[in-house]
Design a protein around this ligand. Sequence first.
Ligand SMILES: [Zn+2]
Length: 341
Amino acid sequence: MKLKWKPKKLTLVIIPDANQSVVRFRIPHLFAYIAAACLTMLLLISMITYVMHSHTLKQASELQTKLSGANQQWSATLTSKDKTIEQLQNEVIQLSQQADQMKTQVEEMKKLENDLKSIAGIDAKPAATEVASTQSGAKSEPAEKQTTDASSGIGGSPNPASQEAIMKLGEQTLASFTALHSEVKELQTSFTETKQKVADKQNLLRITPTLFPTTTKVITSTFGYRTDPFTHRPSFHSGIDFGARENDPVFATADGKVVSIGTDIFHGNNIVIEHSKGLRTWYMHLNKILVNKGDSVEKGSTIGLVGSTGRSTGPHLHYEVLKNGESTDPKPYLNTNRKDE
Ligand SMILES: [Zn+2]
């Protein structure tokens, strides 16, 4: 191909093979310019399109990479969230089981308190009824089965819990813990009352003459009418005689205060202790007095030694209980389980 330039027109010559004639095209000058401009434009557009396409491809590739990364990240986040939810659901189940265990423990504590009251002789209530389980639809296993299935093995068909069921279990567990909170508060109040009652009871026991005044429990003469050992005439015996040996210890039968010590031909060496509620105890025929008037004595402390002073046929302790100044039979007092009026 060969272009020949002429002032107004351009001649386009096509030279084929040697044995063929040359083909000539004459085209206007302006047309050649327009064609060149069009060609240049086409080339330019092609180049721009190519560049833009390449750029778009690059961007698309970058976006795809980013998207893929984001997808992986989301997937990892979702997996992590799923695990967290699963863990939380398992914790809800564990909490629910803990609530059940706590209920059992609270019931045991109530029973324990009741037992304590019973031992202390305080108003014990009938055993509290069992609280229902938190597990929805859960039925307690028969006691026999629980005791026979002592191994730690567990099993069963897989039965995944639904989200709704876990939500419901969570609500029930919350309600259980709320109920437990008030039950524990009640128990706290109840224990405080019981503690006070036990303390009162202990105090009452301390000031009530329930002990035997001697190591021996052999009674040689009871309270009431008898034949006088000296005159052999009917007489009234206002206490109990314990057949103790000489110099055996004599114990204070309750906490109290020594209001009198003395000696005379009838009572011999004797001690009077004042307790409370108008109660006094009187210990006679002592060989030795080991306390002074005004002393505070504790239940069980040694206050003297057995003797045969005063109107006595031999070593023994004459023991009296006086209520509001009147001699009363000491025997009913010699019982730590007795109900004090
Ligand atoms: Zn006597």
